[in-house]
Design a protein around this ligand. Structure first.
Ligand SMILES: NC(=O)c1ccc[n+]([C@@H]2O[C@H](COP(=O)([O-])OP(=O)(O)OC[C@H]3O[C@@H](n4cnc5c(N)ncnc54)[C@H](O)[C@@H]3O)[C@@H](O)[C@H]2O)c1
Length: 263
């Protein structure tokens, strides 16, 4: 693993699961870490900033508190969908995007944004028209209106949020705000990972879906399987990687692709 010595890395979702492990590993690799979460972490690493990215005010307040120079932003915070479409789309997509856009001027030339999407966003191509329309709503919108306009049901809001995130990652990688400053924008898509959110996925998606995904690849992932992938994309070793959605899922996406494509 390449060193992150001297880099300032901002990691949302720092209090739990994948974000907490990413904070720990980034520190071990020499980064100056700024963790962000709505909850306090049990064991804070580096600097911690408490913030709520589900509202425009929360994002603006956070952006104003952050230093002028950041090397990478890891958008890890997320909701499972259990609390409904409005909070889920606010955190998993519109808040994440607003934070990334607000911080772009603070990210150094050659820096990186890494979005934690999900295998749950696999349907972005099948649902392309809706995803494009929802991504095209600019800024931090009235999310209740977006949900109503696009008839997003609570039970589908998590996959929808990740479909938007995958699509926006492709777009942002080519937008002047990022590309014009040499900032790479990539996504990591985990399959099921043993964290507190997985219990909620079982409630939202059903045990059968989660268990069948785990059975396809032999085990659930752990935060330690995902954190190095996120940090690789932050590092200079990934300097020629831009606009990809990297599956970190033990082969789950490949298995589903083989089934869908019939080979
Ligand atoms: N665990 C999995 O199976 C899995 C699979 C695919 C993708 N993911 C994604 O990985 C990311 C991390 O999830 P995790 O598994 O570590 O879950 P987790 O529940 O352990 O961590 C999510 C963190 O996000 C924080 N958060 C939620 N709302 C926030 C807000 N408004 N402002 C700031 N922070 C907020 C939570 O407090 C929590 O610490 C999420 O984006 C999730 O969708 C997880």
């Amino acid at each position: 693993m390449t060193t992150l010595l001297g880099k300032t890395i901002l990691i949302t979702g720092a209090a739990s699961g994948i974000g907490a492990r990413t904070v720990e590993l980034a520190g071990q690799l020499g980064a100056d870490v700024i963790g962000v979460d709505i909850r306090l972490p049990a064991t804070p690493g580096g600097t911690f900033v408490k913030a709520d990215i589900s509202t425009k005010a929360g994002v603006d307040e956070l952006a104003a508190k952050l230093p002028v120079r950041i090397d990478a932003l890891c958008n890890v915070a997320g909701l499972s969908g259990k609390t409904g479409a409005i909070p889920t789309l606010s955190v998993n997509f519109y808040g994440l995007r607003a934070l990334s856009e607000a911080l772009a001027p603070k990210i150094r030339e050659g820096g990186a944004v890494v979005n934690v999407a999900s295998m749950a966003g696999f349907g972005w191509q099948a649902n392309l028209n809706r995803a494009i329309s929802m991504v095209n709503v600019e800024g931090f919108p009235d999310v209740a209106k977006v949900v109503a306009d696009h008839q997003v049901k609570n039970e589908e809001c998590y996959p929808v949020s990740k479909e938007l995130l995958v699509l926006w990652t492709f777009r942002a990688a080519h937008q002047a705000l990022f590309k014009g400053r040499g900032i790479r924008v990539n996504a990591v898509s985990p399959g099921p990972v043993e964290t507190p959110i997985l219990t909620q996925f079982r409630e939202v998606l059903g045990d059968q879906r989660v268990d069948s995904d785990i059975a396809r690849v032999g085990r659930a992932g752990t935060p330690a399987d995902i954190a190095p992938v996120i940090l690789f994309l932050c590092s200079d070793a990934a300097r020629w990687i831009n606009g990809v959605n990297l599956a970190a899922d033990g082969g789950l996406e490949a298995s589903v692709n083989a089934e869908v494509l019939g080979f």
